[in-house]
Design a protein around this ligand. Sequence first.
Ligand code: ASP
Length: 315
Amino acid sequence: MATGGTIAMKSSPDGRGAMPTLKGRDLKDLLPRSLAEIQVEECCNLPSAHLSMEMAWDLAQRIRRLVARADVEGVVITHGTDTLEETAYLLDLVVETAKPVVLTGAMRTASDLGYDGLANLAGAIRVAVTEEAQGLGVLVVLNDEIHAAREVTKAHALSLDAFKSPTFGPLGRIEGDRVVMARSVVPERIPADRLNPNVYLIKLALGMDERFLRSLLSDPQVAGVVIEGLGGGRLPPWWLEAVRAAVERGMAVVVVSRCPGGSAYDAYGYAGAYRDRASLGVLHAPGLSGLKARIRLMAALGAVGSRSELRRYFE
Ligand code: ASP
């Protein structure tokens, strides 16, 4: 399934910069035929910064239909790397299948020396037809590494080695034409038949005031907020009143760590630390980044009948 991104981009001859140009069909034609029997679906051809939540949800519905087909062994999605981790995690949560679903992209365009798109796509296809990749949820393959959707992040804006799983590392590697899996993960599903898009993400910084959170409080449309707290999720004491008000008004407040790895957890006894937040009714999403917790909260809000059921999907 082709959605665009740098893997589909070429520089325009007039010097106006690289644009989505290659279709999924063009990419397929550049691959060795021996890799797999490939059917192409063209979804869109966009930079991933131009994708909306509706488009990501539509993609999930298309993949739900594809994996239900007996003649489909696995699904590979080409995607811009900027938001790839978010689409991957959404699919991981809502596409219930043991078949491999693998996202890939490229850091260099097809006009650049050292274009990585074809090697990444070939690697993703190899993973999609590998038995050991079954039952692991959605995977992300770039630069010969295989990552779990819920763990991976784009950690470098330019490097070919851009994708990392900071807490535990990759699940496996592509070694030539072999797929070598080193560890496994158990996917967690949320049976959502819609997303609630009214969820916002705030990143905390030293000494920052709580006006973003207060501005959300005054908007009745807002259903949830994810706060990337300091270290193990710590909130400054001057944030706590607004957090309490958000919980009281029925908003789902999820706190994660702003650190690239680890979880929002600690054993401290001071204001804004883990126990204090939990006593305020704040939810936690262990091991998830703010980007992923936002997607999880959108799916969870779409799956539950009432706010009290949200705890099923959060700590
Ligand atoms: N700008 C690109 C995107 O569509 C970046 C990439 O694909 O690497 O996300």
